[in-house]
Ligand binder design. Structure first.
Ligand code: FAD
Length: 296
């Protein structure tokens, strides 16, 4: 394994499959990440505590297949504190000490309304989890602002509150413009946030699907990214374009000192493995250049 400047850390996110083929697929994908020695593999949690067993089973499956620690996402939306705490305890009883702690979203349209006896937001959830156990906790961050946040400043204050409540790191919403992450990182540093904020990378499997995801969470898909797929009829050409785009984005971040990446895998390994391997090569050459200039 490389060390120092050229060492990159990867984590991978999955969702609980719904079919038998899906379960085989998730284990195959997690096994394909094993050679990359993941920091952790995480599994999303259904809104309102739905499919909690699916998350638990999937965390155990990806943990086994990837040989890396598993992390369970846990959302507070639509549930009492007692129910959320019980879910956390169940994860702990199965040896899962890593949680990605999230507020989640209301199931109905309109502004978010917390459960009457629930955690009001992710910061409260983090504090509650810390009372149960010294979990390793990740929280969500939004370089392009969360839709519920009135201003970028309020959004940043909210992230600070989550980290101050005991979260160890944040993972960002996906973005496609390196500058939006780098500007965000500068603002975090200026606000005195020193805990790691890891870029969340979504390899584009289907540009139209990504545009739909982005519209839901108000993430920006730059016109140049959409245009990059125009006229590409063949699946293989679109695949190559996706690897190139994600590699370009991550390589730019590596040149700016980023060493950890979280990938939204959608339970598939092919694009992500290719991106990570290429990226590791890029980081090695960056390290060689840095070493050469230091020796000069
Ligand atoms: P919070 O940080 O609690 O709040 C979000 C926004 O609400 C803040 O930016 C702030 O503007 C506002 N806010 C919160 N508290 C206050 C307050 N006291 N006063 C004023 N404003 C406030 N969803 C799932 O359902 N399952 C998952 O597994 C899942 N995994 C995710 C993983 C990552 C890495 C990311 C980035 C998102 C994930 N989500 C998941 C989506 C997430 O649940 C939504 O983005 C949700 O809308 C906000 O969750 P949060 O934890 O960021 O909320």
């Amino acid at each position: 394994m490389p060390t120092g400047l050229d060492r990159l850390d990867f984590s991978f996110e999955f969702f609980p499959p719904k079919t038998e083929a899906g379960w085989r697929g998730i284990s195959r994908a997690a096994a394909a990440f094993k050679p990359l020695d993941p920091e952790f593999c995480s599994v999303t949690y259904g809104a309102g505590g739905s499919n909690q067993t699916g998350t638990l089973d999937a965390v155990l499956a990806v943990q086994k297949a990837s040989g890396s620690p598993g992390a369970a996402h846990l959302t507070a939306a639509g549930q009492s504190r007692e129910a959320v705490d019980a879910a956390a305890q169940t994860f702990l009883d199965h040896g899962i000490g890593r949680i990605v702690a999230l507020r989640g979203d209301s199931r109905d349209e309109g502004p978010y309304r917390p459960h009457a006896e629930g955690y009001a937001n992710a910061a409260e959830l983090v504090a509650g989890l810390k009372k149960i156990h010294d979990f390793d906790i990740s929280v969500a961050a939004y370089p392009e602002k969360h839709p519920d946040s009135p201003t970028p400043e309020a959004d940043l204050e909210n992230l600070k509150a989550k980290l101050d409540a005991g979260a160890d790191r944040a993972i960002t919403q996906f973005f496609f413009d390196a500058d939006s992450f780098l500007r965000y990182r500068d603002r975090l540093a200026a606000a005195g946030v020193y805990k790691p904020v890891i870029p969340g990378i979504l390899p584009i499997r289907d540009i139209e699907q990504v545009q739909r995801f982005a519209a839901q969470c108000e993430a920006v898909v730059p016109p140049m990214v959409v245009a990059a797929y125009e006229g590409l009829e063949q699946v293989e050409d679109r695949r190559k374009r996706s690897v190139d785009l994600a590699h370009e984005l991550c390589a730019r971040l590596v040149r700016h000192g980023v060493r950890s990446f979280h990938f939204y895998t959608l339970n598939k390994s092919d694009l992500t493995v290719e991106i990570c391997k290429r990226l590791a090569g890029t980081a090695e050459s960056e390290a060689a250049v840095a070493a050469a200039s230091a020796a000069r």
